[in-house]
Design a protein around this ligand. Structure first.
Ligand code: IMP
Ligand code: MG
Length: 180
């Protein structure tokens, strides 16, 4: 149904799978015998989260946080709001934040500061997509990046436009007629 609203596919299902496997392997090697807490940022990262944790061979807890820096459009509001907080006490823990995409960097900046304040032992970031051209917060970099993409609004594999298209199995660019 929703496929017809897609202008073109930017990242295929196979490319997403390959990137996820590669990151999972690297994360497994980097943490060695450490135990981690993997934190998925709802709702966008839910799909990537469920795939990447099965590529990581470490003892882990998982938890989710729902934050929003977006309205219903394609532009960030600049405001980060916590809609659902963690259930886990992160003090002294090794955290791996899993995001769908880093755009302006505001969301992650806010979360990293929050987890530092809560005295996490270490904080790393894994993101499926990175849009470096759009970065506003300069000191935010992901430790693990799946795929760099150009400055285009994308949907699919968790990413939405007005809460739709999250179930597409690939990352695609919407036809401009859909949001104009
Ligand atoms: P940031 O705080 O600007 O880095 O925004 C990150 C959040 O904005 C992501 O978790 C996404 O939910 C959303 N976002 C950024 N770019 C896109 C996009 O191209 N498509 C859909 N959502 C996006
Ligand atoms: Mg998001």
């Amino acid at each position: 149904m929703s496929h017809k609203d897609i202008e073109r596919v930017l990242v295929t299902r196979e490319e997403i799978q390959a990137a996820t496997q590669k990151l999972g392997k690297q994360i497994t090697e980097d943490y060695g015998d450490k135990e981690i807490v993997v934190i998925g940022i709802l709702r966008g990262a839910a799909i990537f989260m469920s795939d990447i944790i099965r590529e990581i061979d470490l003892y882990m807890d998982i938890d989710f946080m729902d934050v929003s820096s977006y309205g219903d459009g394609t532009e960030s509001s600049g405001e980060v709001k916590i809609i659902k907080d963690l259930d886990t006490n992160v003090r002294g823990k090794h955290l791996l934040i899993v995001e769908d995409i880093i755009d302006t960097g505001r969301t992650l900046k806010h979360l990293v500061d929050l987890f530092k304040y809560r005295q996490a032992e270490s904080i790393k970031i894994a993101t499926l997509l990175d849009k470096p051209e759009r970065r506003i917060v300069k000191d935010i970099e992901a430790d693990y990046i799946g795929i760099e993409i150009p400055n285009e609004f994308v949907v699919g594999y968790g990413l939405d436009f007005k809460q739709k298209y999250r179930n597409l199995p690939y990352i695609g660019v919407l036809k401009s007629s859909v949001y104009e």
